[in-house]
Design a protein around this ligand. Structure first.
Ligand SMILES: [Zn+2]
Length: 117
């Protein structure tokens, strides 16, 4: 993992701690191949740091007007990662929110203008 992603992870943990959001009380079912399963809240996964930030992927924006072509947005998926208390292997689960949607959800106020320079 690069240091840029480490600091992105810290930013997310900070943001989640400061701005509690009702959506984060939803639970994510995670299941190990050994049969162990649990359903922690999204909030507890994030504040415990039990997640990895994946490689960003480009996708076509769903908000594109028909006269604009090739409008792509970057989506950075999050993966929940937790060592299984039963067999010790890592349980991985796809997190329902990307970094961008999480930041949009948690960040109040206008976006940072520096992003558009
Ligand atoms: Zn297991």
């Amino acid at each position: 993992m690069t240091s840029a992603m480490d600091s992105m992870k810290e930013i997310i943990i900070e943001l989640v701690r400061k701005k509690k959001n009702a959506y984060l009380s939803n639970r994510l079912q995670i299941q190990c191949t050994c049969g162990y399963s649990e359903a922690p809240t999204l909030y507890s996964i994030l504040v415990s740091g039990g997640f990895d930030i994946m490689e960003p992927v480009s996708t076509i924006s769903p908000f594109v007007a028909e006269f604009i072509y090739d409008e792509t947005i970057t989506v950075t998926p999050i993966k929940a990662v937790k060592p299984c208390p039963q067999c010790g292997s890592n349980i991985e689960a796809e997190f329902p929110l990307s970094v961008e949607s999480l930041q949009n959800m948690l960040q109040a106020g206008p976006p940072d203008p520096a992003m558009y320079c």
